[in-house]
Structures are given as structure tokens and as C-alpha cells.
Design a protein around this ligand. Structure first.
Ligand code: NCD
Ligand code: ZN
Ligand code: ZN
Length: 451
């Protein structure tokens, strides 16, 4: 079971208008008036065709926290957001610190079929920061892990960080650091500044993030390793990364949609939907991360989709869990914060949200974007739409979105993954159909490999 899909009149990121013919999982033809018979015809008049979005930072919560999210529900949230691949963070239970767990997560992703799920391996056993995890075994497993992170926790021990950087360099991997100096952030609740004083919430100083980034770029330089910085959030962090890149240090950095749009002011109402790690920062920081993304200092946007059950958020600020969901709203928030403000164009969005994250994660098939012969991974987006974002837009289990009841631009109309549709007319394709297409695509790919 495979689909031949003919997309009529889409607009590519560079402004070119084209039809797109998808056959046997690849983009078979591009051109003005393609003549072909197809199982499915999609009218893309007025829609932008973007290469499939790739998230380098997603919390899928399975195994262990299935009340928050599962690989299937998180994959559905990803597809409706225009994603075709996600990297699943390791802070599950058990932690993804063995070949067995990463293979399990990958297999669940294949069975769900909505997106490619690439597991991230833990840097240290149990995320405890004491002993390196079996990084080599995860890298050599069927999941072929290339990104390692203790996200949620910082690898704060400099020697362990050095060893991890040395280790991943042997197979082209990368360490993705959650930059949070633990002693400087004990009990921290929100950005440290005048407002945290007024609200009586313990402050989380910018230097807690910046000092770890400064240390780690120097370690990466010393070792000659690749380093990735998770969810960078302050103007000072942008400065440090800019300094490091100017010296040729192999560092990449990500910013989340929420740090591109929201500020610490939102904490004033003590609404825990705005409680996140790292915290929302000042206006100046938002400007700096936008500028950093525009000038290439920050390489990518990553969602840090962090679903939590209602009980974990429906409580006092100080007791609430850190984190917000982001897959379903990410592209709209990027449009609002950096496209509609004139800082990025759609080609830049294709780079920061597809090509660059795929390159950092060593995910094949995304280097040429929407091109003849490339795997059919793309999304059709209506940038002229504008809608109130409410819970009906959410497809994962988490309702902890900071955008509920706000107006956001844009709408994902269709998502094509591995040559079949996962989203059509703005709605998810039914799970059974997607799973059948995924199984057929897997068999076809195995045939290609063996034949
Ligand atoms: N971002 C968050 O606030 N929370 C994340 C952890 C993390 O990304 O550090 C989570 O796992 O819930
Ligand atoms: Zn983190
Ligand atoms: Zn995270």
C-alpha cells in the first residue's frame, strides 16, 4: 500500500510555484503542470510547501510517563504541527540510557507511523551525573543514536562533560547540553530580576545558563568535539555562542518558540502554564534571541514540547512542574515572532526548522529539502490563516500550552511523511491508516536496501 500524491500549485519557500508529484515515497517530479494519475490530489493554491519540520528536542514521555504523553500521541501532535521527524528526549522512566530503551522508543515510533522518531540517549546513567551511560552501545544499536543529552538536568561535572564530548566524537555524535548551573538555580522559579523580587519568587539568574555555555564551548574547543546548546534563552548566551563561533568552535544552539515570543511579565499572574525551564526572560533577551536566530548565531528552533498532566500544572506556581507543550503551535509561533516581524523569510524557516536540525541530528534525507529524488517529507502551510488557539488544536495529551485563547497566525493544512499523508485538510489521518502506510513504507525501504 503506497500512495501517489499530486499536489497542485504549491509555493516553495523561495517563492516558486510548482506541482509536486509523490510516488513510492520520494518526490518524483516538480514542475508547473505535471500530468500524472494519482491516488490523491491536494489543491495547494495559496499554501507554502515547507520541507518536513524536524524537532531536535521533544519530550514524548514514554516509557514511564504515559499519563503525560506516549510516542503515539506525541507523534500525532508533531504531525499536526507540520513535523515529519522528532528527537525524543531521554528523561523517561526507565531513562533512555541503554540500547534496549532507545530501540524500544524507536520501534514505537515506527509502529505509530506519523513521524520519524529518533531517540536521544542519556549522557549519564539515570541522568544522575555520576557515570557515563553506555553511549557506544546506544550509538551502535538499531536506533543509531547520534544525540546525547541529560536534558532536564545539566551535565554539571566538567570532567564527565569532557569525557562525553570525547566519546561522541568517535562516531560523529553530539552532546546537547541543558545549560543550568545547579548551585546557582537551587529552588529557582522564574527569571532573576526586579520582577522576581516583586512577585516573591526565587530568581533564576541568566549567568546560571551563560556560565555553563562558556565552560562547555571551551571544553568543546579543547576536545575538538561538537557541542549543542539546548533552549538558549538569554542575550548573554547569544553573545557567548557568537564569540565561540567566531573562533571556529563547533557549537550549535537552539531557541524555543516560547523564548522567541513570550517574556517573564507573564509570570505576574502566577499562571503555571508560563512556568518553564529555562524561564521566560526579559524583553531584551527576546530581542537578542530573535537577532541571534536571524544572523545564524542560533542554528535552529526546537520545541522542547514538555507535556504534563493537569494535576502537575493545576496548582500553586511553586509546586507546578516546569514545561509547556509546543509541537502543535510551533510553526505559528515562529511565524508570529520572526517571519511576520520581517527577521526571517520562509527559506530561513526551512533551514532553522528542517535542514539544520536534521544535520545536527545526523538524520538523512533532509539536506536538499523539496527536490526531485528526495524522500517525500513536507508540509503544506497556510500562512494567511489566523485563528484563536484553543484546546481543540492540541493532539497530544498535554493541555499546558501558553497560547490558549490567544490568536496565532497560520495553519498546517497537510503533512506528508515518508510518501504518505499524516495530515489532510488540517486534520490527522486516522491512526490505523497511517500505521498501514508506515508498515508498507518500511517493507519498501527494506526491499530497496536488500535489492
Ligand atoms: N523544559 C521544561 O520546562 N521541562 C522539561 C525539561 C527540560 O527541557 O529541561 C521536561 O521534561 O518537562
Ligand atoms: Zn532542558
Ligand atoms: Zn527539554
Amino acid at each position: 500500500m503506497t500512495e501517489t500524491i499530486l499536489v497542485r500549485g504549491a509555493t516553495l519557500a523561495d517563492g516558486t510555484r510548482t506541482d509536486i508529484l509523490v510516488r513510492a515515497g520520494v518526490i518524483a517530479e516538480l514542475g508547473k503542470a505535471i500530468f500524472a494519475s494519482a491516488d490523491r490530489l491536494i489543491d495547494a493554491d495559496g499554501l507554502i510547501a515547507l520541507p518536513g519540520l524536524v524537532d531536535l528536542h521533544t519530550h514524548l514521555r514514554e516509557p514511564g510517563f504515559e499519563q503525560s504523553e506516549t510516542v503515539l500521541t506525541g507523534s500525532r501532535a508533531a504531525a499536526i504541527g507540520g513535523f515529519t521527524a522528532v528527537h525524543a528526549m531521554a528523561n523517561t522512566s526507565p531513562v533512555a540510557d541503554t540500547a534496549g530503551v532507545v530501540e524500544q522508543v524507536q520501534a514505537l515510533g515506527v509502529a505509530a507511523g506519523y513521524v520519524t522518531v529518533r531517540p536521544i540517549g542519556a549522557v549519564t546513567v539515570g541522568l544522575e551525573g555520576r557515570q557515563l551511560a553506555e553511549i557506544g552501545a546506544m550509538a551502535n544499536s538499531r536506533a543509531r543514536v547520534r544525540v546525547f543529552s541529560d536534558d532536564g538536568k545539566c551535565v554539571s561535572d566538567a570532567l564527565l562533560m569532557r569525557r562525553a564530548l570525547e566519546y561522541v566524537t568517535t562516531f560523529g555524535g553530539v552532546v546537547a547540553q541543558h545549560a543550568q548551573e545547579p548551585r546557582l538555580t537551587e529552588g529557582a522559579q522564574m527569571n532573576e530580576g526586579t520582577l522576581s523580587g516583586e512577585l516573591g519568587l526565587a530568581g533564576w539568574p541568566a549567568v546560571a545558563e551563560e556560565s555553563i555555555i562558556a565552560r562547555d564551548v571551551l571544553l568543546a574547543q579543547h576536545v575538538g568535539a561538537r557541542l549543542h546548546i539546548c533552549h538558549l534563552s538569554t542575550a548573554g548566551s547569544v553573545d557567548v555562542v557568537r564569540w565561540a563561533k567566531a573562533r571556529g568552535i563547533a557549537v550549535t544552539a537552539e531557541v524555543t518558540p516560547h523564548h522567541l515570543l513570550l517574556t517573564e511579565q507573564l509570570a505576574s499572574g502566577y499562571d503555571s502554564r508560563y512556568k518553564v525551564n529555562p524561564p521566560l526572560r526579559r524583553d531584551e533577551d527576546v530581542h537578542a534571541v530573535r537577532a541571534g536566530l536571524a544572523d545564524g548565531t542560533i542554528d535552529i528552533v526546537a520545541t522542547d514540547h514538555a507535556p504534563h498532566p493537569v494535576e502537575a500544572k493545576d496548582c500553586e506556581w511553586e509546586a507546578a512542574a516546569f514545561g509547556m507543550v509546543g509541537l502543535e503551535s510551533a510553526l505559528s509561533v515562529v511565524q508570529a515572532s520572526v517571519v511576520d516581524t520581517g527577521l526571517l523569510d520562509w527559506s530561513d524557516v526551512a533551514r532553522v526548522f528542517s535542514r539544520a536540525p536534521a544535520a545536527i541530528g545526523r538524520l538523512d534525507g533532509y539536506d536538499r529539502g523539496i527536490a526531485v529524488g528526495s524522500p517525500a517529507e513536507f508540509t503544506l502551510y497556510d500562512a494567511s490563516a489566523s485563528r484563536v488557539f484553543d484546546t481543540s488544536r492540541l493532539r497530544g495529551k498535554g493541555l499546558n500550552s501558553p497560547y490558549l485563547e490567544t490568536t496565532l497566525p497560520g495553519r498546517v493544512v497537510a503533512t506528508i511523511h515518508d510518501g504518505y499523508a499524516t495530515v489532510l485538510d488540517g486534520e490527522l489521518v486516522e491512526a490505523d491508516a497511517v500505521a498501514r502506510f508506515a508498515a508498507a513504507a518500511g517493507a519498501r525501504e527494506a526491499g530497496v536496501r536488500n535489492g
